[in-house]
Design a protein around this ligand. Structure first.
Ligand code: SF4
Length: 295
């Protein structure tokens, strides 16, 4: 594999564009949490697939379509690259690996599982997070395979809308696994690992940020072992999707109040196209511009 691009953000994040021997490219994001905003402080966000079949409306990777799964080595090498960066810059070694880069990790479950075991063995890392659009069978596979280990895998589910009808306009997978089935799996996961599942909710202006949405969220999640993690939509230049003001996010948080466990998520690396698939897309745009100039 070859590093095509290394971009540093003002918030100490580093984004890599990596090319494999077959010419496919993926992205890896390293986050050094110098301000202690995250639970873990030296974290790598890895990709698990080239492209993605889920096709979330807001996602740059989803627009690219599915190409192939990454191998175990292609996943673990992303951790090695970031660990080398840490060593070279006197930063603490990686203490957590998050599967929230390109692809749906639970649709490449066998390789993701083996990569987690290999990373644990080779780097001694015990803290992981798997972000999913809601692949219910994959959630139960993680319970089965990791329940009796000392590896901690935080489950991170993208909700982004409190009703099936609204959610399927953002995440088409909702037609296959509805919110109730997905939340039942999240609760089973939380109980199996005696923890809370994280429920991601990204605010898109005028679409999922109304008072009614807040009431439905509290009704859906309020009595469950989950933590709601809210953030702003990461601008992807997609027609019909706009980013609310940061103040709107604060108001949304305040309206949720003490009705449930809720925190605001910092979008690392927004200045370096750190949203999933954005750097690859930007690079392709740059390449297209370059090629058309050369013609
Ligand atoms: S958000 Fe995740 S699951 Fe959805 S299309 Fe993008 S990579 Fe796939």
């Amino acid at each position: 594999m070859k590093i095509l691009n290394e971009s540093m953000g003002e918030d100490s994040s580093v984004k890599y564009l990596i090319e494999f021997e077959d010419g496919n490219t993926i992205e890896t994001l390293y986050m050094f949490d110098k301000d202690n905003m995250l639970t873990y402080h030296s974290t790598v966000c890895v990709s698990s697939q080239v492209g993605c079949a889920i096709g979330c409306r807001f996602c740059a990777t989803g627009k690219q379509g599915f190409v192939r799964n990454l191998s175990i080595t292609e996943i673990t090498d992303q951790v090695s690259i970031c660990n080398t960066f840490c060593a070279n810059h006197g930063i603490i070694p990686i203490d957590a690996v998050v599967f929230a880069g390109m692809g749906e990790p639970l649709l490449n479950y066998e390789n993701v599982k083996k990569a987690i075991l290999k990373i644990n063995y080779c780097f001694g890392i015990r803290d992981f997070e798997v972000a999913t659009a809601g692949i219910v069978p994959g959630i139960y596979s993680m319970i089965r395979d990791f329940k009796d280990t000392d590896i901690h895998i935080r489950l991170n589910i993208s909700l982004h809308a409190p009703s099936d009808n609204k959610r399927k306009t953002l995440i088409p997978l909702t037609d296959k696994y509805g919110i109730n089935e997905m939340m039942a799996a999240a609760v089973d996961y939380a109980k199996a690992f005696k923890t809370k599942a994280r429920i991601r909710y990204m605010l898109v202006k005028g679409i999922n940020d109304t008072d009614r949405d807040i009431a439905e969220i509290v009704n859906l999640l309020g009595n469950k072992p989950v933590k709601l993690v809210i953030s702003l939509y990461n601008e992807n230049n997609i027609q019909g999707l706009a980013v609310p003001d940061y103040n709107d996010l604060l108001v949304f948080r305040s309206k949720i109040g003490n009705n449930m466990d809720c925190e605001i998520f910092h979008n690392f690396g927004s200045g370096i196209h750190a949203g999933c698939g954005q750097l690859r897309q930007a690079k392709e745009r740059m390449y297209t511009i370059q090629v058309s100039r050369e013609k």
